[in-house]
Design a protein. Sequence first.
Length: 417
Amino acid sequence: MLVKFLDLIKANREIRKTYQKRFRHVLVDEYQDINEIQNQIIIDMAHPQNNLFVIGDADQSIYAFRGADMNIFFKFGIEFTDAQILSLKKNYRSASSILNSAQNLIKNNKRRLPVNISCVKKEDFPVQIVKCGDQKDEAKFIASEVEKAIGGTTHLHIDSGMQITDLEEFQFNDFAVLYRNNSFAKFIEPEFLHKGIPYQVIGRNNLWQRREVRDILGVLKMFILKDKPSSLNLIKSKIDLENFRKESLVKVRKIVEKSGIKKDYKKNAEALDNIEKIVSMIEDMEYSSLEEVLSRLSLISRETYIDERANCVKMMTLHQAKGLEFSHVFIAGVEEGLIPFIKEKIEKELEEERRLFYVGMTRAKYRLYLTYARKRLIWGRKEKRVSSRFLEEIGDEYIQEKEFARRLKKKEQMKFF
């Protein structure tokens, strides 16, 4: 669609002028992640007034694999010579140890605009670098730290004498576990289940993949766009759409009630709960028409949907964490071959991997944990692992190193019999 639109405005001067007159000001967010086709559209839409405002951070350019070209960011001043450039130099999210260690890391990139960012937060805790025996130790440590900060989810925790953090009372949704690829989740989940810690793996079995949710979207399309029913359930529905559309004040809840969807799922408590989630989500939106509701729902990413109403630990890849923030962040698998996800020193790729790690680190507001294992199960085989070169770039001033062992040696184990 982008290619076709660009071809259209390049080939037809009148159409291009129509859009240039319609949009007198052009604002672009996440400018560091655009591609060349998007850039050409932006330039054409901004001319001739050149009332263009862009905002971005070259240190957070992490989508080269999707075609993003960071060079566009650096060439902005060449294309728009009269542009005024403002640097935002205050960070309101992260504690100083997190911010400073992240700054130490990203300074190793050659292709960047150096900016000295100052921290606003007063609270400060050293960044924890934790060496674990294997992936099970790593999972055990993460679950234990969540439990400790929450105040204990098991009697084992209470008996251990762990102290509740003195920062504030935290909830499960204040925690995030980040990793380079989704395979990490399967090792952490059993420990969360064992300790009764609720969690959501972003991108897996999410709400948008559920049949009942697709049925709701089908009803809305049927009602608003006069589409054909998208499922057998809707074909059986006896809703009189033509008369229903004539009613002056139509609400989404009313549409769902009259569609008969709930009757189809009356024996499925989880499905009914999901239907209520979607309806409530729509009711919380600010919208001027049902067409706008459908449009906004279609823009929600199915892969990165986060149920913000659910009080649970969020587990996701580093890419999925872009733009989010959490009080406590764990980055697991900070090892060579994972973070960075390359074995050879290819400077361009290494710098993007460093930016990705920088993005992950700066998701944390209060506490940041970076974990790695001495051994890890890779493709069914246990392999020796080496900590990431990025950990050496953080510097010693803002970190605290520790080792976590899940199992005691035999001579240290307590003998009961």
